[in-house]
Ligand binder design. Structure first.
Ligand SMILES: *Cc1c(COP(=O)(O)O)cnc(C)c1O
Length: 376
């Protein structure tokens, strides 16, 4: 059996090696490393795939979120509502821009922002909402957008874990996550569903004026070279990464289907087990399984499971061991006093198992047998 990894980027590369190698060599030969043609081509192709008017490539997913928040003209002290149960990048940029992060609960089934908790957190200082499509499951965007509209709030989607996920509104209309709010952000970090061979990110919007701002901010606040209208930053996707991403984008739907196949296998083995809750799949969206994250029943020794698996050369991860409101970096915001019992409970019981596009049945069987053996 091949060694088991959380993500197997090498095997994935080998399946498209000749195409990727040629694309990289073409960039090297052109030597247009920055703002080369592949970057614009990727933006166009990604826009078509997502059915969104504007795609602004940038250096990474964290920058995408930062640039999105900068483009909305928020002022220090403005409140931005976000789940505590997410990767730190979502919330870090809020504090970095001297905005105030307001942490709310997630739904224990979807792991995504709970609309009721969001509604309760709104104050006169609230300016924006950042839902996260965690683990590849879409947040309940229809109620979130409804609440945002009622209160005149911006919605920035953190789509770093859910590119390719499709949302279905109650009227039957469908759209890709990342294109539902005012701005969507994604990451091309190598382990993401659409991963580069280095860092990368992108920002999406259907609003032409916002697109103009986002583009300027990502490029030193300039429209015309050396004429800097606003304070921006330097955040670019390089041509080599764009060339690779163009090839991988053509496989994205297949990649996401492979992830769903892995999830179905795990589901079949685990679903009847009284100590395991398998991932919930909301009826309002597809699931692209960036992670396969189960919940363990109270009393199961999670550290013991991690060690049991590790002793059998099976990696596993806790995403994430410390929720935002308990991070030292936010101490100044008094977030430690926030009570988020669902988030705390999830933090203590989740465990993510290996899932990627290159897993074979032997590996899947071996992993699921080991989990079942530990819990027997
Ligand atoms: C990966 C990730 C990011 C940040 O992306 P980088 O490219 O690593 O900066 C932001 N939010 C979430 C939820 C992520 O998973």
């Amino acid at each position: 059996m091949r060694p088991i990894q959380m993500v197997d980027t090498r095997s994935q590369y080998h399946r498209i090696k000749s195409e990727v190698d040629q694309a990289v060599l073409d960039v090297l030969e052109s030597s247009a490393f920055i703002q080369g043609k592949p970057v614009q081509d990727l933006a166009t192709e990604l826009g078509a795939y997502l059915n969104v008017s504007h795609v602004i490539p940038c250096a990474n997913g964290t920058d995408a979120l930062q640039i999105a928040m900068m483009a909305l003209g928020l002022k220090p002290g403005d409140e931005v509502i976000t789940p505590s149960f997410t990767y730190i990048a979502t919330t870090e940029v809020i504090a970095l821009l001297q905005l105030t992060p307001v942490f709310v609960e997630v739904d224990p089934q979807t792991f995504c922002m709970d609309p009721e908790s969001l509604r309760k957190a709104i104050t006169p200082r609230t300016k924006a909402i950042v839902p996260v499509h965690l683990y590849g499951q879409a947040a309940p965007m229809e109620p979130i957008l409804q609440i945002a509209q009622e209160h005149g709030l911006f919605v920035i989607e953190d789509n770093a874990q859910a590119i390719g996920c499709e949302y279905r509104f109650s009227d039957g209309r469908t759209a890709k996550t990342g294109t539902l709010g005012h701005i969507g952000c994604t990451s091309f970090y190598p382990s993401k569903n659409l991963g580069a061979f280095g860092d990368g990110g992108a920002i999406f919007t259907n609003d032409a004026a916002l697109a103009e701002q986002l583009k300027m901010i990502a490029n030193h606040g300039q429209r015309t070279r050396y004429y800097h209208e606003i304070v921006g930053c330097n955040s670019r996707l390089d041509s080599v990464q764009a060339a690779i991403l163009r090839i991988k984008l053509r496989h994205l739907d297949d990649y996401n289907q492979s992830r769903r196949n892995v999830a179905s296998h795990y589901d079949r083995v685990f679903s009847a087990h009284p100590k395991i809750t398998t991932p919930y799949q909301a009826s309002y969206s597809t699931h692209v399984f960036h992670q396969y994250t189960i919940k363990l029943a109270p009393g199961v020794d999670r550290d013991g499971l991690v060690k049991f698996l590790s002793d059998r050369s099976i990696p596993s991860m806790i995403y994430y061991p410390v929720p935002g409101h308990r991070q030292a970096m936010f101490a100044a915001f008094g977030t430690a006093k926030v009570t988020l019992p669902i988030t705390d409970a999830l933090t203590d019981c989740v465990i993510s198992l290996p899932i990627h596009t290159e897993m074979d049945n032997d590996q899947l069987q071996y992993i699921s047998d080991a989990v079942m053996e530990y819990l027997s």
